[in-house]
Design a protein around this ligand. Structure first.
Ligand code: EZ4
Ligand code: CO
Length: 402
């Protein structure tokens, strides 16, 4: 069996998605998500000009060797662009494997550890009242875990809170906009949001919060400590995880669980975090973290240290990634929680999906492989539109972290 062709499809039903479609000489094809928000074209170029020429002629069943061909063998390795491309290849090959063996992906990963995959949704409001209103609506819809993000008094626009009444979309058309940030205003405000949320919703609902890397280790320690009475399910990206040792400080001050790594792309981003048990959930999603082949290893390493999966799953990751993540999380023992924001309705015109939400959980049907298809004619109706994530400056103008 041989790979006969591989095609990169970029479309923009409401937002940009990059999909890799790998064809074989036996007629079976597989899909992989290659979407990297704001950097869609570089991933497509990397795939088309670097990976695809080598991929053609390979035996698609050799997922392990092909993964290493594109990771270990190249002199220049890693980085978000290259790893997203590799993730897409890997996902598409596992999709083919499932279709060839006529079995859903989760069966290839160990079968069912559970039927449904617990998910969390987003409640994003301009102030406390609106955030809690949105959370109440989500709970009404059946969600058992909700992430709360709110506008901060004194900060003009807070990342992750949609402008006006638009759907959640952190990338804006054109070049990056600048947002301004004030950590002390943020730190003074957030504990009160969670205090009110616990008063409103009681103890049973899981509450989460994303710091988007915007604290120093000691600021993050203060926040995690002050949030302790409100028992968060997790505090996400409290500091920039690239300094892994920075988490030691936070850990020594607080029992608030920590989730890290949506911007990571390798097991080597996690070694200190995992082996010193400095985090509780790995966020690195299949689409940016080297696909199923690599995440199986990261999840296995994490499980030894009692760390669980908590994959990134915002709407800028395509339905192909989400479906693959549901299979993965259904199978691995140390699944924790999956992020889930429903895609805009228009996305379903292009992608036909295999999962459905019920009562706080995502369920996947037993279609072979990943179970998602893409209608190329419909995709062509929605051409790529340039959009960028904002950049972040402190209120005095200093360039600041993601
Ligand atoms: O910033 O998906 O946890 N979720 C997040 C997201 C990410 C975007 C980046 O493209 O932090 O909102
Ligand atoms: Co995040």
């Amino acid at each position: 069996m041989k790979i006969s062709d591989a095609k990169v499809i970029i479309c923009s039903p409401g937002r940009n998605f990059v999909t890799l479609k790998v064809h074989t000489d036996e007629g079976v094809y597989g899909l992989g998500d290659a979407t990297l928000n704001g950097m869609e074209k570089p991933v497509a170029e990397y795939l088309e000009n670097y990976c695809v020429p080598s991929l053609i002629g390979m035996d698609p069943r050799n997922t392990e060797d092909i993964w290493n061909f594109f990771y270990k063998a190249p002199y220049w390795k890693r980085g978000s662009v290259a790893m997203t491309a590799l993730s897409a290849i890997d996902m598409a090959l596992w999709d083919i494997k499932g279709k060839m063996l006529n079995t859903p992906l989760y069966n290839l990963l160990g079968g069912k550890s559970r039927e449904g995959v617990l998910v969390y949704c987003h409640a994003n409001g301009h102030d406390t009242e609106e955030t809690l209103d949105k959370a109440a609506q989500m709970i009404e819809q059946g969600f058992r875990a909700v992430r709360l993000q709110s506008g901060i008094p004194g900060i003009e626009h807070t990342y992750g809170v949609p402008r006006g009444n638009k759907p959640y979309e952190p990338a804006e058309p054109g070049l990056p906009l600048t947002e301004y940030w004030d950590t002390s205003k943020y730190l003074n405000f957030i504990p009160s949001l969670f205090e009110k949320a616990r008063e409103a919703f009681g103890d049973d609902i899981h509450l989460l919060h994303d710091v988007h890397h915007r604290c120093t280790p000691i600021e993050a320690a203060r926040l995690a400590k002050e949030l302790e009475p409100f028992h968060l399910f997790w505090l996400e990206d409290p500091v920039s995880g690239e300094l892994q040792e920075g988490l030691r400080l936070l850990r020594s001050h607080s029992t608030t669980p920590v989730a890290i790594g949506e911007v990571f792309n390798s097991i080597y981003d996690y070694t200190t975090l995992i082996t010193e048990q400095l985090i509780d959930y790995i966020r690195m999603p299949l689409v940016h973290g080297g696909g199923i082949t690599h995440l199986l290893k990261v999840a296995a390493m994490a499980s030894v240290y009692h760390i669980q999966t908590g994959f990134h799953g915002a709407t800028d990751l395509s339905p192909v990634n989400l479906a693959a993540a549901v299979h993965f999380n259904k199978a691995v023992n140390n699944f924790g929680l999956q992020e889930y924001m429903p895609h805009q309705e228009i996305v379903n015109e292009v992608f036909s999906t295999s999962y459905n939400f019920e009562n706080g959980f995502l369920f996947i049907d037993d279609k072979p492989g990943i179970g998602v298809d893409l209608d190329e004619k419909k995709a062509a109706k929605y051409p790529y539109r340039m959009a960028s994530l904002p950049v972040n400056r402190k209120s005095d103008g200093t360039m600041f972290y993601w």
